[in-house]
Design a protein around this ligand. Structure first.
Ligand SMILES: CC(C)(COP(=O)(O)OP(=O)(O)OC[C@H]1O[C@@H](n2cnc3c(N)ncnc32)[C@H](O)[C@@H]1OP(=O)(O)O)[C@@H](O)C(=O)NCCC(=O)NCCS
Length: 318
C-alpha cells in the first residue's frame, strides 16, 4: 500500500503531549508486551540519537492507530556512529474504522522508512538498536508485523531470546553456593560495586565488551541503589567479571561478562544468581533476561516462566 492511498490516516510527531496515545496503541496491539510511558520516553526523548520526524503516530480522525519509532545512530556511542544505519525500534498498529491493522502498519512503516532515507540511512533494521532498544527483533508471535515487514522486503538477519523469570520463589541453589565458596577460597571476591567505581568498571567493560554494555553499566550506577556486581581477583585487585541489572528497565537483568580466561569455572553462574537475588530483594517479581543467545547458561535458572523468540529483520533502503 503506497503512502497517499490512505487519506484516512494523518501523522503526528511523537511528543510529550501524545505519548499516552502511543502507550495506548502499543498496549492494545502488542499483546505480549506491557508498555509504560517511561519505556517510550527512554527510547525516544532520552535517546541522545533522537532526530525530528522519526518517532510518529498515525491517527484516523482523533483516534490513534499506529506507532513507529525510527532512529539513526548519529551520536552515541561515538565508536558506533553510522548515519547510514537506521532502525525501527517499535512498530505497532491497530485497525480503525476504514483501515485494517495491515494497512496501518504498512503506512506508518513506509512513513518512517521514507524519513530515514531522506536523512541518509541506507539500511534499516527492526529493532535491535542496542542500549536504546525495546526488543532485539520482532517477537515471532507478532505475525502481522512480520508479514508486513516481509512484504516490504525485509529478511531475517539474526535472532535472540528473552527469558522471563518468576522471582517470587527464587532462591540460590546449594550448587551455586558451593561454587561461590570454592571461588572465594581460590581468591575471588564477588561484591556489589561502590558508587565511586563506576568509571573504572565501565572502562573495563568497554575494553572487553564494547561501548553499549559500558553505557548500560554506567547507567546502572545512576539508580538509587547500585546495580552492578563485580568480581575481583583478591590477590591482584584486578576485575575479572561483572553483572548488572535495572539499567535500561527496572526488571531487566544484564549485561553480564567474565574475563575470557576466567570463564567456565562457575563465576558467571554465581554472579547471575546473585544478581537475580538482588533483584528479588528489591521487589522485582518477574525478571526479564533480555536479548540472549546463551541458551544453556540461563536454563539453569529456576522459575523460567516464558521464553520470547525474536527475529531481527533488515532491508536496504532506496
Ligand atoms: C556468559 C558468560 C558470562 C558465562 O560466564 P562463565 O563464568 O563462563 O559461566 P559458568 O562457568 O558459570 O558457566 C559456563 C557454562 O557452563 C554451563 N553450565 C552452567 N551451569 C551448569 C550446570 N548446572 N550443568 C551443566 N552446565 C552448566 C553453562 O551452560 C555455560 O555454558 P556456555 O558458556 O556454553 O553457555 C561468559 O561466557 C561471558 O562473559 N561471555 C561473553 C559475554 C556474554 O555473552 N554475556 C552474556 C550476554 S547475554
Amino acid at each position: 500500500m503506497r503512502e497517499g492511498t490512505l487519506p484516512c490516516l494523518r501523522f503526528e510527531e511523537l511528543t510529550e503531549r501524545n505519548v499516552q496515545d502511543a502507550v495506548r496503541v502499543c498496549n492494545s496491539s502488542l499483546r505480549y508486551d506491557s508498555f509504560k510511558a517511561s519505556t517510550i520516553r527512554r527510547v525516544t526523548f532520552q535517546d541522545p540519537n533522537i532526530e525530528a520526524g522519526l518517532a510518529i503516530l498515525a491517527y484516523e480522525g482523533e483516534e490513534p492507530l499506529g506507532v513507529a519509532i525510527g532512529c539513526r545512530r548519529t551520536k552515541q556511542p561515538p565508536e558506533l556512529v553510522d548515519p547510514t544505519a537506521g532502525w525501527i525500534k517499535v512498530l505497532a498498529g491497530i485497525a480503525g474504522k476504514e483501515i485494517d491493522e495491515l494497512g496501518v502498519l504498512n503506512s506508518i512503516c513506509e512513513k518512517v522508512e521514507n524519513e530515514l532515507s531522506r536523512l541518509g540511512a541506507k539500511n534499516v533494521r527492526v529493532s535491535d538498536m542496542a542500549s536504546w532498544h525495546v526488543w532485539p527483533g520482532i517477537d515471532l508471535r507478532y505475525e502481522t508485523i512480520l508479514e508486513v515487514l516481509e512484504d516490504r522486503g525485509y529478511s531475517k538477519v539474526g535472532e535472540a531470546v528473552d527469558y522471563l523469570v518468576n522471582l517470587r520463589t527464587f532462591d540460590i541453589p546449594r550448587r551455586i553456593a558451593k561454587i561461590r565458596e570454592s571461588l572465594c577460597q581460590r581468591g575471588v571476591s564477588i561484591t556489589l560495586a561502590e558508587k565511586d567505581e563506576c568509571d573504572i568498571i565501565s572502562g573495563w567493560v568497554k575494553a572487553r565488551f564494547g561501548p553499549c554494555w559500558a553505557f548500560e553499566v554506567a547507567t546502572s550506577f545512576k539508580n538509587n541503589e547500585p546495580g552492578t556486581i563485580i568480581a575481583k581477583d583478591r590477590n591482584t585487585g584486578d576485575i575479572i567479571g561483572f553483572s548488572t541489572h535495572g539499567s535500561l528497565e527496572p526488571n531487566w537483568f544484564g549485561p553480564i561478562g567474565v574475563e575470557e580466561k576466567h570463564r567456565k569455572s562457575g563465576l558467571g553462574s554465581v554472579m547471575l544468581f546473585e544478581t537475580l537475588r538482588l533483584m528479588k530483594l528489591k521487589g522485582v517479581s518477574e525478571a526479564v533476561i533480555p536479548w540472549t543467545s546463551h541458551l544453556f547458561f540461563y536454563t539453569q535458572v529456576p522459575g523460567i516462566v516464558g521464553i520470547r523468540h525474536y527475529h531481527t529483520m533488515s532491508k536496504r533502503l532506496g
